[in-house]
Design a protein around this ligand. Structure first.
Ligand code: UN1
Length: 492
């Protein structure tokens, strides 16, 4: 079986204790991709020390030069796209079309970060005193600890790592233990692009490894994507340690369909939003709020269309639209929620594991739909992270928005309507970091702010121009060219 390594200070090394974990293909458990280091605090320490040492020189490389390296990384992601898409599909299950899209987000992010090397704009302001100049600059912070989930193994790390690097920071990255191979390819690509040893490090492992990253005194910023429970624990610890932390956590995203909507479009949208990526996106559509006038017809069409979705292994079945869920634990969790749903609402599609033919050895789950879901139901309120859609009925715009907002999360949201007034009101009223009009809840673009409110985030936004606020600190600079002591404010 192939043995994979950590990437520390430009070297491929095993964990110091020699412990490992296996990475398996969720579409076929018999297919073991390889064993990866189960790293502990000592490994994180080696990576953090290398990153701290590398920071002393990387921060001095002009930002446009750092940007050039990231542009080359974008080119290499492009060149290795097909190979990397296959690696990603094999280890985490989504279809090749989707893993190509995942890499495309990294390419877009790399090119954006590359050009940001020539911006990273500071600001200036007039001084209140004569012959004095006030400037402000974005400064790198130091070593960033990046901890991510398995569902976007290249895109989501790229949203954090590439902006962090262009700002002059160095990185210790812990990929998800369900998608570690993609993390190693990330390192190979950055190395080939010219990122110097120690600037980017990969440490594989599980909870202990993540905790060691959060705790390490040389790591000053933590960027996390994953569950709300883990994110809150990280935030609490970062509070104690006074570290900057950016969190992207759960979602329970609603698509509203009003009675005047283009139903064909809304149907396509919800199929993609709810069952694309097997429902395993933080932006996935997990609630559908239907106006009562179109409810029955829409549900009929949705149930028929969901039954036609082709489940299959993305690597070997080019017709596959819905891959497996990530692992046994997640499959069990989804099935438990289906049981909960049966007691709360009506199951109208799916509800079971799928095991026919080529699905027999994978963690496949039928696209599942519940109707009559009340706002108090657990399947209305709690993130399931699988191909399970909860349908609720509303009788007005106000009720639709009240249902959509009656939730602990606030990542993405969507409304299908042809009423321009309702569309604009929804943009104003939906409590979420992202609102789509006549488009599904998934599909954020890399150059726009990405993140959520309420239980989803802690006030930061990745993507676009806003991510640079996470990975820099402002420095204010005063230059006095009067040749005398000038006192500010009340000192005068
Ligand atoms: C995620 O699920 O963590 O907007 C990210 C989207 C994708 C990113 C999802 N571009 O659906």
């Amino acid at each position: 079986m192939p043995q994979f390594s950590n990437y520390i200070n430009g070297q491929w090394v095993p964990s110091q204790a020699g412990s490992t974990f296996d990475n398996i293909n969720p579409a076929d458990q018999r297919d073991v991709i390889g064993s990866f280091p189960l790293s502990a605090a000592a490994d994180v320490d080696a990576a953090a020390q290398a990153a701290a040492e590398a920071f002393t020189s990387w921060r001095l490389v002009p930002a446009p030069k750092r940007g050039e390296i990231l542009r080359r990384a974008g080119d290499i992601f492009e060149r290795r796209k097909e190979e990397l898409a296959a690696i990603m599909t094999r280890e985490m299950g989504k279809t090749l079309t989707e893993t190509r899209g995942d890499i495309q987000e990294a390419i877009d992010t790399a090119y954006y970060a590359a050009t940001e090397g020539r911006r990273l704009f500071g600001m200036n302001a007039p001084s209140e005193l004569a012959n004095k100049m006030n400037l402000s600059f974005r400064m790198p912070i130091g070593v960033c600890g990046i901890i991510t989930a398995w569902n976007f193994p290249i895109a989501v790390p790229s949203w954090k790592i590439l902006p962090a690097l262009v700002c002059g920071n160095t990185v210790v990255f812990k990929p998800s233990e369900d998608a570690p191979h993609s993390g190693n390819i990330f390192a190979e690509i950055l190395e080939e692009a010219g990122v110097p040893p120690g600037v980017f490090n990969v440490v594989h492992g599980a909870v202990d490894c993540g905790k060691a990253i959060v705790d390490h005194p040389a790591i000053h910023v933590v960027g996390f994507t994953g569950s709300t429970a883990t994110g809150k624990a990280i935030a609490a610890r970062c509070g104690e340690l006074n570290k900057k932390v950016s969190l992207e956590m759960g979602g329970k995203n609603a698509q509203i369909v009003m009675d005047d909507a283009n139903l064909e479009l809304a149907l396509e949208g919800v199929l993609w939003g709810a069952f694309g990526t097997t429902g395993q996106r933080c932006t996935a559509t997990s609630r559908l709020i239907l106006h009562h006038a179109i409810h029955d017809e829409f549900v009929d069409r949705l149930v028929m269309a969901a039954a036609k979705l082709v489940l299959g292994p993305g690597l070997t079945n080019p017709r596959a639209q819905v891959g497996p869920v990530i692992n046994q634990r997640q499959l069990d969790k989804i099935l438990t929620y289906v049981d909960v749903g049966r007691s709360e609402a009506s199951l109208v599609a799916g509800g079971s594991r799928a095991t026919d033919g080529e699905l027999a050895n994978g963690f496949f789950m039928q696209p599942t739909i519940f109707t009559g879901v009340q706002r108090t139901a657990r399947i209305f309120q709690e993130e399931i992270f699988g191909p399970v859609l909860s349908v609720s009925v509303c009788s007005s715009y106000d009720e639709a928005v009240s249902l959509a907002n009656d939730c602990a999360y606030g990542l993405s949201s969507s409304i299908y309507t042809n009423d321009v007034n309702a569309a604009f009101r929804a943009v104003r009223d939906l409590e979420a970091g992202i609102t789509y009009v006549n488009a599904p809840t998934i599909g954020a673009e890399a150059h726009m702010p990405f993140g959520g409110i309420k239980g989803t985030g802690n006030g930061h936004r990745e993507g676009g121009w806003t991510v640079f606020d996470i990975f820099t600190e402002w420095k204010s600079v005063y230059i006095d060219y009067s040749g005398k002591l000038q006192r500010a404010q009340i000192d005068n």
